[in-house]
Design a protein around this ligand. Structure first.
Ligand code: FMN
Length: 219
């Protein structure tokens, strides 16, 4: 017998020509798998054959095969400015004063049920492309993000050259603490080592398997 358990229920209201349209989005998980869930992947590596991106695609393919709708954004291709610290968002219900491609990322995050970031280490830390996004999430600080959009799982796939997976762990935990602070639920932090050569991960079954697990756990 197939059955479902309701993971969460989202109700969206639209007003069109004085008619109120109510849209129920029911996220269910059960024996027959995920019926509706949207998983967002954000890759911050600028490289074409990026190892982080390859791992992220593996995770997203896994989520998709379980029934989730998936979306991949390559943030390096977007025009994202640095946070100006003007606190405009504090007086405007979390809306940022800067009108750039970050609006695409805000919208995608708000619509997603789970988010997976794929990030290369640059100088002992997340790369600058990722830090731009983290700082711009300041818009959600004080604005009740989780109450408005629900608690979303977030996972991180890290690629680095160094063979030691623990080398940057403490720095990474500080960066990702920002997501917890904003109301996200931290799921996986996977560090994929020895990946200086673009596409090197394609020969590493163990690392690709870790990416598959990320794709399963985000659901
Ligand atoms: C500017 C720059 C700085 C880097 N700094 C580090 C570092 O501090 N530690 C490290 O292990 N790897 C470092 N690397 C190597 C990258 O983290 C590694 O090649 C990673 O796998 C790249 O991911 P990608 O293939 O997804 O682009 C650096 C690479 C660049 C370009």
């Amino acid at each position: 017998m197939a059955y479902f358990s309701i993971v969460s229920l989202r109700i969206e209201l639209y007003i069109y020509k004085n008619i109120t349209i109510v849209k129920y989005i029911c996220l269910t998980k059960g024996l027959t798998g995920v019926v509706y869930m949207k998983i967002l992947g954000i890759n911050t590596s600028p490289r074409e054959a990026s190892n982080a991106k390859i791992a992220l695609e593996k995770a997203l393919d896994t989520a998709k095969s379980e029934g989730a709708e998936v979306e991949l954004i390559n943030s390096n291709k977007l025009n994202i400015s640095a946070c100006q610290g003007d606190n405009y968002c504090k007086a405007h219900e979390g809306k940022c004063a800067i009108d750039d491609d970050m609006t695409q990322i805000y919208k995608a995050i708000e619509e997603a049920d789970g988010i997976i970031f794929a990030i290369p280490i640059y100088f002992f830390d997340v790369n600058a492309q990722m830090k731009l996004i983290i700082d711009r999430l300041y818009s959600y600080f004080q604005f009740p993000f989780a109450e408005t959009y629900g608690t979303k799982k977030v996972s991180f796939i890290i690629t680095q050259g160094t063979p030691d997976p623990e080398a940057f762990k403490s720095t990474l935990e500080v960066q990702f603490g920002a997501f917890k602070f904003l109301g996200f639920e931290l799921q996986d932090l996977v560090v994929l080592t020895d990946n200086n050569i673009p596409g090197a991960i394609n020969d590493k079954e163990d690392q690709l398997s870790q990416a598959v697990e990320v794709g399963k756990n985000i659901l």
